[in-house]
Design a protein around this ligand. Structure first.
Ligand SMILES: Nc1ncnc2c1ncn2[C@@H]1O[C@H](COP(=O)(O)OP(=O)(O)OP(=O)(O)O)[C@@H](O)[C@H]1O
Ligand SMILES: Nc1ccn([C@H]2C[C@H](O)[C@@H](COP(=O)(O)O)O2)c(=O)n1
Ligand SMILES: [Mg+2]
Length: 209
């Protein structure tokens, strides 16, 4: 008998996650667009569980795992870690939480992430929240974030912007073509951005005739 993660890795037909059918919302946007900030608000108001792919990878580095050095080098270079590693971390976090509504922040970051997630879990997101923000504003925010992140320096930030444009935007366009993207103007103050987020998460007040 394998572990839950191994069973899920066998593909859609053997996916434990597919059987549990959790609600998944992908939260995407450029580096510094405010994904983490708004996820914290959504958790507080709507009872979702927040899973940040970047946070899980940083925790993996700290844990001293055998992949730690590889992950650290890739993050420093602003590159995307292979899906196999990130999906295992996400699956484990979903399984261990025992919860059923997830904000998956910063994933999928490229086509490989997207295709592998769907294949391994057999799941698609309910929708994709896309925080749209100009680069100049994101750069200002990242340079003043002050959380000690190794990738918040101007050289790595420029690499992350390039990867976002070349690899992550196509994923957003993929889901947009399926009518799943909810785009938000993220260049406004936090409370204003959250006002737009709320409009998406509030249950619709359908009028009966
Ligand atoms: N609407 C906003 N206006 C001004 N500053 C903001 C806004 N939203 C977030 N910030 C600040 O910008 C910085 C980046 O925000 P946050 O960490 O939420 O972005 P992120 O999209 O998760 O970035 P990353 O992809 O690098 O993890 C933080 O210091 C945060 O406090
Ligand atoms: N799906 C992902 C998400 C993140 N990473 C790596 C590369 C990112 O630059 C870094 C930081 O992510 P953030 O906290 O900004 O969301 O983590 C990745 O390789 N794959
Ligand atoms: Mg973040």
């Amino acid at each position: 008998m394998g572990t839950v993660v191994e069973a899920a890795n066998k593909g859609a037909s053997g996916s434990i996650l597919e059987k549990r059918k959790p609600t998944i919302v992908f939260v995407l946007g450029g580096p510094g667009s405010g994904k983490g900030t708004q996820c914290a608000n959504i958790v507080e108001h709507y009872g979702y569980t927040h899973l940040s792919a970047g946070d899980l990878l940083r925790a993996e580095i700290k844990s001293g795992s055998e992949n730690g050095t590889m992950i650290q080098n890739m993050i420093k270079e602003g590159k995307i870690v292979p899906s196999e590693v990130t999906i295992k971390l996400l699956q484990r976090a979903i399984e261990e939480s025992g919860k059923d509504k997830f904000l998956i922040d910063g994933f999928p970051r490229n086509e490989e992430n997207r295709a592998a997630f769907e294949k391994v879990t057999g799941m698609e997101p309910s929708f994709v929240l896309f925080f749209d923000c100009p680069e100049e504003e994101m750069e200002r925010r990242l340079l003043s974030r002050n959380q000690g992140r190794e990738d918040d320096n101007i050289e790595t930030i420029r690499k992350r912007f390039k990867v976002f444009l070349e690899s992550s935007l196509p994923v957003i366009n993929y889901y947009d073509a399926k009518g799943k993207v909810r785009k938000i103007d993220a260049a406004r103050p936090v409370e204003e951005v959250f006002g737009s987020v709320k409009a998406i998460f509030e249950p619709k007040n359908e009028k009966a005739d």
